[in-house]
Design a protein around this ligand. Structure first.
Ligand SMILES: [Zn+2]
Length: 476
């Protein structure tokens, strides 16, 4: 996959073509043709889905896509085919790939407080596609990249070997420039206003974004790290909203906060423990019913495709994933065939009754040498694979930690783990007029959770709510 992208990018650098600037209508030299833009998006889309997973809510997805289509039709590239998806991530972000692919996380959907906010951000993302920002960024990125910087989570030395430690997708989360952000804000306001949405609400949402602390520990970056704030963003969006109302004979559309909240009632909030979670130094997977211990102080990145566990100095990594094999032996053979390496030891064993194969190997290149410890373990007709990588000179230090994690793999039977449920946004009715804080207390919310909910509702602690208003709360 990684190689394919690099190849595609390499081809793209060599292609100069004349194309139209869709916003100004001028002919400009652009590195990339529309067909190539579409090819980039089409190739990257399955990787995004494999890495982050689709949020399965047909109704919400269809509704989002409906508004997306309307925006696309009033945009400067109405004939492009657009695809709108919801990604199963708690991170608050939206992003666009060249050629017409737009993604909203379930996290951003939980944080909107109206359809107008959503339409503004949709307009902004479609704006990036219209103005070919992604294609521009990619053609710029690829130049840097041919010098090779894969922007990996951990030391790039691991990503060069075997394709096991690939982090291709991080490359797709392009960081736009502030100028591109400004341009997309303008387009977003225009498109939303043409459809009768209140673009002032888009500014409100940027305010919410600014209040969100950028939580780390997730492989998907937050909104501000991919869409950096241009100066005075909120103020400027308010201004633009006024300007565009004058320009387009504004016909306000009937939307309400209540209608939006009802649509997202029940949306999953935060991490979904059913996809695996970390607690007390252990990684648990309630659906596949296993657990294993984590090395102390290492960071964990859990995606649908794999769990990556990275040492504090990023000089060792343990990767855990499903092996595409029927037996541990087959999985070990496939791994050995995937990369040239020297086998130091290979043992057939049983681990707590599970058939297993353990391997120690060495991967050498001209410049360096890596040591690998791998375990392939069969449980319930699945083969799980652990790969621990580090530089040979560090193997003494990391080997005990690799072994402890991999040998610690075990079945999980504890019902409190197996029955773990995700938290969801639940819409409640305000029982009596009062400040947001007092309403939350009446609903049984205490402490810091009140601040989190104020942010989620786009209000302050002292904002006054009326009896009968709807509010978002969080519970199972
Ligand atoms: Zn942006």
């Amino acid at each position: 996959m990684q190689r394919k992208i690099i190849h595609l990018l390499a081809v793209l650098t060599l292609t100069l073509s004349c194309s139209r600037d869709y916003v100004t209508g001028k002919r400009t030299f652009n590195l990339i043709t529309e067909d190539q833009e579409v090819a980039m998006g089409r190739e990257a889309d399955p990787q995004i889905l494999a890495e982050y997973g689709v949020y399965e809510d047909e109704q919400l997805t269809a509704w989002l896509a409906g508004i997306g289509e309307e925006i696309a039709r009033v945009s400067h590239r109405p004939n492009l085919k657009y695809t709108f998806r919801i990604v199963d991530s708690p991170v608050v972000n939206a992003f666009a790939l060249p050629g017409g692919w737009v993604y909203f996380t379930r996290g951003i959907l939980a944080h909107f407080n109206s359809e107008d906010e959503l339409a503004g951000v949709l307009g902004h993302e479609v704006g990036h596609i219209v103005a070919r920002h992604g294609a521009e960024q990619l053609s710029r990125t690829q130049l840097a990249m041919l010098g090779i910087n894969l922007g990996s989570l951990f030391s790039e030395r691991f990503s060069r070997f075997s394709g096991l430690a690939e982090t291709t997708v991080s490359l797709l989360f392009l960081k736009f420039s502030r100028d591109q952000e400004s341009e997309s804000d303008v387009l977003g306001v225009e498109y939303a206003t043409r459809l009768g949405y209140d673009a002032h609400k888009m500014a409100n949402f940027f305010h919410t974004i600014a209040r969100l602390s950028q939580k780390s520990g997730s492989s998907l970056p937050g909104f501000l790290s991919t869409h950096p704030n241009p100066e005075n963003r909120e103020e400027r969006v308010h201004q633009l909203a006024e300007e565009w109302r004058q320009k387009v004979a504004f016909q306000p559309r009937k939307t309400s906060r209540e209608a939006y909240l009802r649509r997202i009632n029940g949306i999953i909030y935060g991490q979904d423990p059913r996809q695996g979670f970390v607690e007390n130094g252990m990684f648990y997977h309630p659906v596949m019913r296993f657990k294993f211990p984590l090395p102390q102080g290492w960071s964990v990145n859990n995606t649908p495709r794999m769990v990556q566990i990275v040492s504090p100095q990023q000089d060792a990594v343990i990767q855990f994933q499903l092996a595409d094999a029927a037996t541990p032996d087959e999985a070990a053979d496939a791994f050995l065939a995937s990369t040239r390496q020297t086998v130091i030891s290979r043992d057939d064993r049983r681990l707590r009754g599970f058939p297993a194969v353990s391997l120690e190997t060495k991967i050498s290149s001209e410049t360096e040498s890596l040591r690998v410890q791998a375990w392939f373990i069969q449980k319930d007709n699945r083969v799980f694979a652990f790969y621990g990588f580090c530089a040979s000179e560090n193997y003494k230090k990391f080997q005990p930690q690799f072994t402890r994690t991999m040998r610690g793999f075990n079945r999980e039977t504890n019902p409190s783990v197996l029955n773990r449920k995700p938290k969801r946004v639940r819409i409640r009715t305000v029982p009596a007029q009062g400040s947001f804080e007092s309403v939350m207390r009446r609903l049984g919310v205490r402490g810091k959770a009140i601040d989190e909910l104020a942010l989620l509702n786009g209000v302050e602690r002292d904002t006054v709510l009326k009896k009968g208003d709807l509010v978002k709360t969080i519970s199972e």
